[in-house]
Design a protein around this ligand. Structure first.
Ligand code: ASP
Ligand code: CP
Length: 357
């Protein structure tokens, strides 16, 4: 979904991507925008994972009750692109923390964006009413622009507002990568000698971009990253260079069988059809290149984990393939989804209150 001014501009990166420098977390989350995983050091990840694990325990023990850490707080949900998990899990996270959620009554496409209002004004309007905004937007770098204008607004209003990116075009999906890392840590307990294989549309897949960047923190544990994609959908060169510079061994291929049997983490992705609007034939040419089925999973390690950010389509075979894969104990995408709420609860509590949870 694109609207107003966004139609003509979403294909170009937002200039604020290179102009706005997001704050490092550096042990303190309070009042900080969350727009890229580059803000996190390894110690920040551990703080967040400990908080998410603690909140998960508290929610489970209270039979999915409330953990009232954000009672007086309001979150605004601004989704300019389709979402099920990110939108619902952020809303659920805020409500489970005792906070409130607001959004434009009929979705953002019927807000004043419909009249042609720009992103800077839309986020500042929401910032006047809410303590935290969650933004999903089709343009790469849009959350940087939102953060810049919120900083300006925060100098003018009584109660400052932070923004958390829920996915930034083909750039990053920081909270997805945080929940992915939390799930890997949860399942594998350590990163020592782990081979992480990412498969599919590595060019447009924002979840794999963020995940690859976070993995650079674990290079001393001798992590290996295998990047499997059609030749036209390889990982952006700067991300490959960062992985290599961190000391991670990187192996790029378009042959899944070359790496599947050695992989401890298999991270499958959807070819991002919506990013091929200018060349639908290009999508047709690559859409069936990598399909994970129960037969393919027979070649994976017995203790591997199969991850997927979801939504899934035919890259996980037919509906009956889905049903069989879902029963495979190695499939952890439902755990990823559930963990998404706990990571987002931890992030909201930390950013809004700085509380120890
Ligand atoms: N839901 C994820 C995203 O928004 C992955 C996907 O859509 O394929 O990036
Ligand atoms: N994984 C993810 O971001 O899902 P949605 O696009 O449904 O939010």
């Amino acid at each position: 979904m694109t609207t107003g001014e966004h139609d003509s501009q979403v294909s170009q990166p937002n200039p604020f991507l290179t102009q706005y420098v997001p704050p490092r977390i550096d042990g303190s989350f309070t009042g900080k925008h969350i727009i890229t995983v580059d803000q996190f050091a390894r110690k920040d990840l551990q703080i967040l994972f400990d908080a998410a694990a603690s909140l998960r325990k508290r929610v489970h023990e209270s039979d999915r009750g409330l953990v009232e850490l954000c009672n007086s707080k309001v979150m605004a949900s601004l989704f300019f692109e389709a979402s099920t998990r990110t939108d619902l899990s952020f809303q659920a996270a805020m409500r489970r923390l005792g906070g409130k959620v607001i959004s434009a009554s009929n979705g953002v496409q019927f807000s004043s964006v419909y009249k042609g209002e720009n992103l800077a004004d839309t986020v500042r309007a929401a910032g006047c009413y809410a303590d935290v905004l969650v933004l999903r937007h089709p343009q790469l770098g849009s959350s940087y622009e939102a953060a810049y204008y919120l900083d300006k607004l925060n100098q003018r209003i009584q109660n400052p507002t932070v923004i958390i990116s829920g996915g930034d075009g083909i750039g990053e999906h920081p909270t997805q990568a945080l929940l992915d890392m939390f799930t890997i840590y949860d399942k594998k307990k350590q990163f020592n000698h782990l081979t992480v294989t990412m498969v599919g549309d590595l060019r447009h897949g924002r979840t794999v971009h963020s995940l690859a960047k976070l993995l650079t923190h674990y290079a001393p544990e001798q992590v290996t990253v295998c990047l499997v994609s059609p030749r036209s959908l390889t990982t952006p060169r700067e991300i490959v260079a960062r992985l290599q510079a961190s000391g991670i061994s990187v192996f790029e291929t378009s042959e899944l069988q070359a790496v599947l049997g050695q992989s401890d983490v298999i991270y499958w992705t959807r070819v991002q059809e919506e990013r091929f609007a200018a060349d639908p034939q290009e999508y047709e040419a690559v859409k069936d290149d990598f399909i994970i089925t129960p037969a393919v999973m027979r070649h994976a390690k017995p203790d591997a984990i199969l991850m997927h950010p979801l939504p899934r389509k035919h890259e996980m075979g037919t509906r009956s393939d889905h049903d069989i894969l879902d029963e495979d104990p190695r499939a952890v995408y439902f755990e990823q989804m559930e963990n998404g709420m706990f990571i987002r609860m931890a992030l909201l509590a930390k950013v809004l209150r700085g509380v120890y949870v």
